[in-house]
Design a protein around this ligand. Structure first.
Ligand code: 5AD
Ligand code: FES
Length: 335
């Protein structure tokens, strides 16, 4: 199907039919495998002030932390020992970690893991030169969600930072040779069905390798605290549409989906998602990385989650995979 045929299909069928089709497409490419990524939230300092985000700089209630290089490497070592082959280093936009510090961390991770593990960065917008240095140091993938494809709304939500600048960052990352990931929240205030369709179409245009779609959950200490909370259905439909438009992309079942609905991750894994990201940040720190309230697995080590996730996905006939799991974007693009 072409992208406009997919949109017609999306409009004309019920969620069950849409979901079945998305799962079929996903399984035709990734089988019933669910790739595991170890998520390390290494700093919750952020110089941005996005209206939706719990760790925005003007939230004074956050207990801020930064993990030193040694702690990050120890977490990676423990994760690699348990078989993880992708580590996602995520933080707020925190210039304390210079590009030089990050390149050193990346190089050491590569050494520690005999060059077997992929390193994914999710630490905000930087200059093209910085991206280049991070890539040369061995980083493989980079995530920057665009959050919403509506340029005016984007600028409003992100404290004046322009949508164009965000797209330029994604383009730079691609030029530097990264596997590129982006994505958006579902159920933001004032968002319409057309916004959600445009979001998915933009992901298709960008030919993303990774695509994160998660529900927006209002945080009580942010300006969007009174926004309404939508149920998981919106995220289910958005994930299915994303899979149809980007058949070969890696699509995670987000922690936000699991936080909104106790079976949220299982539900989206049945409609096209194929990745889970156990949070291997030390429990003492992860409780302070609250982008939204009600985040799950705060007391678990992340390694405990790996056992739990295994049991959970057995109930939906999927199985965890410890492969590195590169994206298959180029094998199967939608025109
Ligand atoms: N609810 C859900 N997701 C959120 N994010 C940030 N704040 C929230 C929230 N209140 C998402 C953004 C960001 C990702 C790391 O987490 O999409 O890019
Ligand atoms: Fe963390 Fe189940 S996934 S405890």
């Amino acid at each position: 199907m072409t992208s406009s045929e997919i949109i017609n299909f999306y409009h004309s069928v019920d969620t069950e039919t849409l979901s079945k089709k998305a799962n079929l497409v996903c399984e035709s490419i990734y089988g019933n495998k669910v790739y595991l990524r170890g998520l390390i939230e290494f700093s919750n300092y952020c110089q941005c002030d996005c209206l939706y985000c719990g760790i925005r700089k003007s939230n004074p209630h956050v207990q801020r932390y930064r993990l030193p290089q040694q702690s990050i490497l120890e977490i990676v070592k423990a994760g690699y020992k348990r078989g993880l082959k992708t580590f996602v280093l995520q933080s707020g936009e925190d210039s304390y970690y210079t590009t030089k510090m990050l390149t050193e961390i990346i190089e050491k991770i590569k050494l520690l893991t005999n060059n077997e593990a992929a390193v994914t960065l999710s630490c905000g917008m930087k200059s093209k030169n910085d991206y280049q240095s991070l890539k040369s140091a061995g980083a493989d993938r980079y995530l920057i969600r665009f959050e919403t494809s509506d340029p005016k709304f984007h600028q409003y939500l992100r404290g004046g930072i322009s949508f164009k600048r965000r797209l330029k960052a994604l383009e730079d990352l691609k030029t530097c040779g990264f596997e590129v990931g982006s994505g958006y929240m579902v159920g933001l205030p004032d968002e319409t069905e057309q916004t959600r369709i445009n979001n998915a179409l933009l992901c298709n245009e960008l030919e993303l390798d990774m695509l994160g779609v998660g529900p927006f959950i209002p945080h009580p200490k942010t300006p969007l605290k009174t926004a309404s909370l939508h149920n998981i259905e919106l995220t289910i439909r958005a994930t299915a549409l994303a899979r149809l438009l980007l058949p070969g992309a890696n699509i995670p079942a987000t922690t936000a989906a699991g936080s909104l609905d106790p079976l949220g991750r299982e539900k989206v894994l049945q409609v096209g998602a194929n990745v889970l990201m156990p949070n291997i940040t030390p429990p003492d720190n992860k409780k302070n990385y609250l982008l939204y309230p009600g985040k799950i697995c705060l007391d678990e080590s992340g390694f405990e989650c790996m056992g739990c996730l295994n049991n959970r996905i057995a109930t939906i006939d999927k199985k965890l995979s410890l492969e590195r799991g590169d994206a298959k974007t180029r094998l199967c693009a939608t025109p």
